[in-house]
Design a binder for this molecule. Structure first.
Ligand SMILES: NC(=O)c1ccc[n+]([C@@H]2O[C@H](COP(=O)([O-])OP(=O)(O)OC[C@H]3O[C@@H](n4cnc5c(N)ncnc54)[C@H](O)[C@@H]3O)[C@@H](O)[C@H]2O)c1
Length: 665
């Protein structure tokens, strides 16, 4: 297809004539059949809702077709309307657009639906089993058309994948505002999601999927490397060599764990029930060795530990079989975790032990009750094995997948201490929170809109220079973080992390993000590189209120509030973001988290310079101020530093009470 044909297809929008019905493509990974609780009246409502996108002359054909999709897949995806062009992030000039800001958003949308990136591309799901960019192809087509038409005095309003339309605004307003899964609080249960998503009126945007900011697995490799590295450092001698990290999941994000363990110099062992997922990661080189025989795996781990190797191994099978084998063989394990999709356990996020992956899939559709029972039993055995290993000295952490919560709430497993608290910490409580988020370090990222790898090389070099300059004068509290990030950016290219767009993730604090972005904007102005799209994961300092993950180290009782995330997205919107998003959901499940993010287009202009400084400063310091108010020591330090640098910043600092006064009450 020529560029012109591609542009015409985008500009056409919802086609006037029905495209050919497409055969179901078995060569791509598809979402499992979704559960829904719709009665006959509600099924009709779901159909009426879907048909709103199409001229009435097509309804007689589409009614039975969409009814069948709802019956067979549990949702209406409108497969017929899947575009014929290839889905990937094209160079920005290939997009038909009146606004370069809009073109940058189209680029990111296509990146999130790229077959090399998206987990279930035909169901418009980027990652996490249910992280949707759109609910259906009608929404995608219409959104791309709006973006191709919009000017810089309009804002596109997105309601859970549905483009409500273009509204007049102004040059400094965001070009797109995204809300995903926002519900009246009392209607935010999993059953509500099953129902309202099936009706086509809400979607689970995960974090970066529904905000068009997913950049493939490297986003998570960096965060996982930092987590595993610092977890290993906590175990006494600070060395990672010869340490064994055992976990599960080689899926969308969990697939990063094996690679991160090797980058951190350790032995990574990861169970994966889905043979396709395990083989895919092996073929990509993200996991070095693959086993189906647990005896062989046990021997190999012991040998690797003895030799101090940095190597990763997959066990293709159920994680519980693996843990139980390790307990029996007394395998010395230093670190343990889990990254099955336990935020979504009943629809394919977690598979019961004793059945194959295929049998599990069939059971979800044909016998959901038996499947649920199987999940509960499996999770109890999973926790029992981990408890034994922890008694033998292993450090276990929840990896933000609702492991602890599901073990407690769904399986009633042996996961609580006598005082009712969890036996284990979340990785944010012990590691990411105190070491990174409280100081403002979080998953800053950028995409080179030109699509050129030379641009990415130049941006890597610019970022490395800035970290080096900062490291030379940094206070001791943040030297380790800066040193780790410098190592990361210097080795990023050789670690071959790019999948999809020419993108890079780099953990950075407020000052780092602002300085790096400013230097990019200057390089664009000087003609050294093309335009840059900035963003971040929602899994960050300020964007996310999530008591079981990002805000699990907030101990003043405010962990169940969501003021920070809401303040953040409002503040980003009027300080210059190109697009903003706020979601219900994210990694730990529907109703359990509110998370927000942004995208910002840099074109080398003075306006971009002003915007990046204003917005990035707020986007990080909002969360640091809240963390400081919660009495987190690192955050108190960081916000005081920020106030020294910025006289217009005046933050309320907490007074600390002497515990003895309370204890003597
Ligand atoms: N801490 C973080 O930074 C962070 C980051 C990403 C993801 N997460 C969370 O981790 C989870 C995984 O994310 P993902 O994108 O990789 O999801 P995913 O669904 O793509 O991958 C999970 C994998 O686990 C496998 N699996 C399920 N049950 C299993 C079992 N019993 N034994 C062995 N393998 C099993 C699945 O086959 C799947 O491949 C999610 O809950 C996500 O929210 C946390």
């Amino acid at each position: 297809m020529t560029i012109q044909e591609f542009q015409n297809a985008i500009k056409k929008g919802i086609p006037n004539e029905l495209p050919e019905l497409k055969p179901y493509d078995h060569s791509v990974s598809h979402a499992p059949k979704r559960e829904h609780l719709l009665n006959e009246t509600e099924k009709k409502l779901a159909l009426k809702n879907a048909l709103r996108y199409f001229d009435a002359k097509h309804h007689s054909i589409l009614v039975p077709e969409f009814a069948k999709e709802l019956e067979v897949y549990g949702r209406i995806y409108m497969y017929r309307f899947r575009p014929d062009y290839n889905m990937y992030a094209r160079p920005i000039e290939h997009y038909p657009a009146k606004s370069q800001y809009a073109a940058s958003i189209m680029l990111m949308i296509q990146n999130n639906l790229d077959y090399a990136i998206a987990q279930h591309p035909h169901e418009l799901i980027t990652y996490g089993g249910n992280g949707s960019v759109f609910q259906n192809w009608g929404q995608y087509i219409l959104t791309m058309k709006y973006l191709s038409e919009m000017n810089d005095e309009q804002t596109l309003i997105m309601y859970s994948g549905h483009p409500m339309g273009l509204f007049p605004s102004h040059k400094n307003a965001p070009r797109v505002i995204v809300t995903n899964g926002m519900m009246i609080p009392n209607h935010s249960s999993q059953e509500d999601w099953n129902k309202y998503n099936a009706l086509g009126v809400t979607q689970y945007g995960q974090m970066t999927a529904g905000s068009y900011m997913y950049i493939g697995p490297q986003g998570i490799v960096h965060g996982t490397t930092i987590t595993v590295l610092n977890a290993a450092r906590m175990l006494g001698n600070g060395q990672t060599k010869g340490k064994v990290f055992v976990t599960s999941g080689l899926g969308g994000m969990s697939g990063a764990q094996a690679k991160a363990a090797v980058i951190a110099g350790m032995i990574g062992v990861v169970a994966e029930i889905n043979p396709i997922a395990a083989q895919k990661r092996h073929a990509q080189g993200w996991v070095d060795e693959i086993y189906t025989d647990l005896d062989k795996l046990v021997k190999r781990i012991k040998a690797a530990k003895k030799g101090g190797e940095a190597v990763s191994m997959a066990y293709q099978g159920n994680v519980v079989d693996m843990w139980e084998a390790f307990v029996k063989a007394d395998v010395p394990i230093d670190l343990g975790s889990d990254q099955t999709s336990l935020h979504n356990p009943y629809s394919g996020g977690y598979y019961p032990v004793g059945v194959s992956f295929e049998e599990g899939e069939t059971m979800i559709a044909e016998n959901p009750e038996q499947f649920r029972e199987g999940i509960h039993k499996t999770l109890r055995r999973h926790v029992d094995a981990i408890n034994i290993m922890a008694e033998r000295g292993m450090y276990f952490f929840d990896y933000g997948n609702a492991f602890l919560k599901s073990a407690r709430d769904l399986a009633k497993a042996d996961i609580l201490k006598p005082d009712g608290s969890f036996k284990y910490s979340s990785y944010v409580e012990d590691i990411m929170g105190p070491m990174c988020f409280d100081f403002g370090f979080g998953p800053f990222r950028w995409v080179c809109a030109s699509g050129k790898s030379e641009d990415l090389d130049k941006t890597d070099a610019i970022a490395a220079r800035i970290i080096e300059e900062r490291l030379a004068v940094a206070p001791p509290e943040i030297q380790q973080q800066l040193a780790d990030n410098l190592h990361w950016i210097k080795t990023a290219k050789e670690n071959k992390l790019v999948v999809g767009s020419q993108a890079r993730i780099l953990y950075a604090d407020a000052e780092g993000r602002m300085k790096i972005a400013e230097a990019f904007n200057n390089a664009i102005a000087a003609g050294e590189i093309g335009a840059i799209i900035l963003g971040r994961d929602h899994h960050d300092v300020s964007g996310t209120d999530s008591p079981y993950r990002e805000t699990s180290n907030i101990k003043d009782g405010s962990m169940f509030t969501a003021d920070m995330a809401i303040q953040n997205v409002i503040g980003d919107a009027f300080r210059g973001a190109t697009w903003v998003s706020i979601h219900n959901g994210g990694g730990v499940g529907w109703g359990e988290v509110i998370n927000g993010g942004f995208g910002m287009f840099l074109d080398g202009t003075p306006e971009a310079d002003a915007r990046l400084k204003s917005m990035l400063f707020w986007d990080v310091n909002n969360g640091i101020a809240r963390r400081a108010w919660a009495r987190n020591e690192g955050a108190v330090f960081a916000i005081k530093q920020a106030m020294k640098r910025e006289p217009n910043l005046k933050v309320t600092i907490p007074n600390i009470v002497d515990e003895n006064l309370l204890n003597n009450l």
